[in-house]
Ligand binder design. Structure first.
Ligand SMILES: [Zn+2]
Ligand SMILES: [Zn+2]
Length: 175
């Protein structure tokens, strides 16, 4: 639980609600979680396993930011489900405009290629939440040096830097 934020069950409901409202229910189920370790990310998505993570630090008390960040990651999930490239493609930007996220669209246009579908892997220990970033697909049998637990590999398709989420706020979000 984080103050000023919906709990994880409420997030999951929000995801289901947006899915029906904006994506005709076409997004398969994703686990929605908070990741308190993000220092400069507002949100992050992995398709394998399906997981959307949000930063409590950057989104607490900002329901507009939370909505925009969740919807942004959901567009990636939706395009992926439709078998399309999940970068910030013209289809992505079209969906953003439909959802009234035009401000992000412009800011993304100016953003450094940093967040343009850089495929990366994160290996994480679910026990101590230690995370390591890898450029290449990690081998299957890594264990946490501290806990000796098997590490779980996430294929991260996008990391959404905080500056983008911030920049998006300059224009009030369309309802
Ligand atoms: Zn560990
Ligand atoms: Zn994105």
């Amino acid at each position: 639980m984080f103050p000023g934020l919906p709990d994880v069950a409420e997030l999951q409901l929000l995801f289901a609600q947006y899915n029906w409202m904006h994506f005709a229910g076409e997004i398969p189920s994703y686990r929605i979680a908070y990741n308190a370790r993000f220092s400069n990310l507002a949100g992050r998505i992995s398709h394998k396993p399906p997981l959307i993570e949000l930063s409590p630090k950057h989104l607490a008390g900002k329901p507009g930011d939370l909505r925009e960040t969740l919807l942004h990651e959901m567009i990636h999930a939706w395009l992926h489900a439709l078998g399309q490239s999940s970068g910030h493609t013209p289809a992505f930007k079209k969906k953003m405009r439909e959802l009234g996220l035009t401000s992000i669209y412009h800011d993304l246009g100016r953003a450094a290629p940093l967040n343009e579908s850089t495929k990366r892997y994160i290996v994480r220990c679910e026990k101590c939440t230690m995370e390591v970033l890898r450029k290449k697909k990690p081998s299957a049998n890594l264990v946490c040096a501290r806990c000796r637990k098997p590490l779980i590999a996430f294929e991260v398709v996008e990391m959404r830097p905080v500056e983008l989420a911030r920049a998006a706020l300059r224009t009030p979000p369309a309802r």
